[in-house]
Design a protein around this ligand. Structure first.
Ligand code: ZN
Ligand code: ZN
Length: 383
């Protein structure tokens, strides 16, 4: 990690590569294109493909959506799971040419808005573009009281979508507007999902107040660890030891955070110390976990921050590491871990996916007062 000046430039400043000195760890068994082009590279059997949908901070920018990590699983079902769904992450999902109705399994690390802001959009808006088959399933931690837990969150989102749901009456399958919450005890390390050879384990992490977790995903001998938001903590190290990829949050030092975000140095220091992980602390965690590839994540990115992070991290950790950006794509196989940026176009029509239920939309009669309110237009249905 001594040649930081050789690091690729950020995607939003024109870079085309993942920010890492080790884009390939191991010996790949096939050729990987220099950039990942959605739709042109089918997932292989037994492979995991992890794409960062949101790498940024609580305030989404054009360059960085808030927190979200997508996992495509190379099982026969080609399952799609998403860890966190922060604001803006669905725009990045749309760019990947993946079916909308496959995106119905969401694992929330904690209920900070930047980790769940797009759940409302997934439920309300994506039901209008193909996610018609049924509910969104959300897994997430309990809180220290019911109103701080995932169950309450899911019911509340359903509730605020009352008008949206009523407005879709007749046209949209009402089942697709449901959110089914599965709340589990935040304080335990435990398996919270097991299906189609995919296992998801949650573990408690240390972030602001009780009720935040991280996750580990296992599939076919491959594994991913995801910190959510946390200070460096033992439950994560114990649960994630030896994973293939560990995506861990990392905030820049307080001074850099303050300069980049406009926060006062006091606020930035508190935010970092009480809730997050510095580059050196992340390095310590990586040394304990020893992943094949470590990923830094949830970072307000700028060229200065990137070189600062790598310099500080490099003082304690010298293993393979990538600073994730939006649409960093990481393929994990038995043989290798490959790290690239995706090449996407900004405007793609959604791909609905294969509809698995029969639902026939029907027209419903409009409110009576519309007859007076509408301006007659000369086409048959308005006469
Ligand atoms: Zn948080
Ligand atoms: Zn966060």
């Amino acid at each position: 990690m001594t040649n930081n000046e050789l690091l690729p430039t950020l995607a939003f400043t024109g870079g085309t590569k993942a920010i890492t000195m080790t884009p390939v760890v191991g010996t790949p068994q096939r050729q990987y294109a220099e950039m990942f082009v959605p739709g042109e590279e089918p997932l292989e059997d037994g492979e995991l493909r992890v794409t960062v949908l949101g790498s940024g901070n609580p305030w989404p920018t054009r360059a960085q959506a808030s927190a979200s990590i997508l996992v495509e699983v190379g099982n026969p079902e080609r399952d799609i799971l998403v860890f966190d769904l922060g604001t803006g992450s669905l725009a990045n999902y749309a760019s990947l040419k993946l079916p909308v109705n496959q995106l119905n399994k969401v694992f929330i690390s904690h209920l900070h808005a930047d980790h769940m802001g797009d759940v409302l959009t997934l439920s309300g808006s994506l039901s209008k573009v193909g996610r018609a088959d049924g509910p969104v399933y959300v897994w997430g931690p309990s809180g220290t009281e019911p109103r701080l837990g995932t169950e309450h969150f899911c019911k509340a989102i359903e509730d605020v979508l009352a008008w949206d749901t009523a407005a879709g009456n007749g046209a949209i399958n009402p089942e697709s507007m449901k959110i089914v919450g599965s709340e589990f005890d935040f304080s335990k390390t435990q398996v919270v999902y097991e299906k189609n050879s995919v296992k998801v384990t949650s573990f408690p992490v240390v972030h602001c107040i009780s009720g935040a977790v991280g996750y580990r995903l296992d599939f076919a001998g491959l594994s991913l660890g995801f910190s959510g938001d946390t200070r460096p903590c033992w439950p994560l190290v114990r649960a994630c030891e030896g994973v293939d990829l560990l995506i861990h949050e990392c905030f820049p030092p307080a001074k850099a955070l303050a300069a980049a975000s406009g926060l006062s140095i006091e606020r930035a220091t508190i935010a970092l110390n009480a809730a997050h992980t510095s580059p050196k602390a992340a390095g310590k965690v990586f040394n304990l976990v020893k992943p094949r590839l470590a990923g830094l994540w949830h970072t307000l990115l700028s060229p200065e921050v990137v070189s600062m992070l790598f310099a500080e991290l490099g003082e304690v950790y010298t293993g393979p590491v990538v600073q994730t950006q939006d649409l960093t794509v990481i393929n994990i196989t038995k043989y290798a871990v490959i790290c690239r940026q995706a090449k996407v176009v900004d405007q793609l029509p959604p791909i609905a996916g294969q509809q698995r239920i029969a639902f026939k939309p029907v027209a419903v009669s409009p409110p009576e007062w519309w007859a007076e309110a509408l301006i007659p237009i000369d086409y048959p249905s308005c006469r």
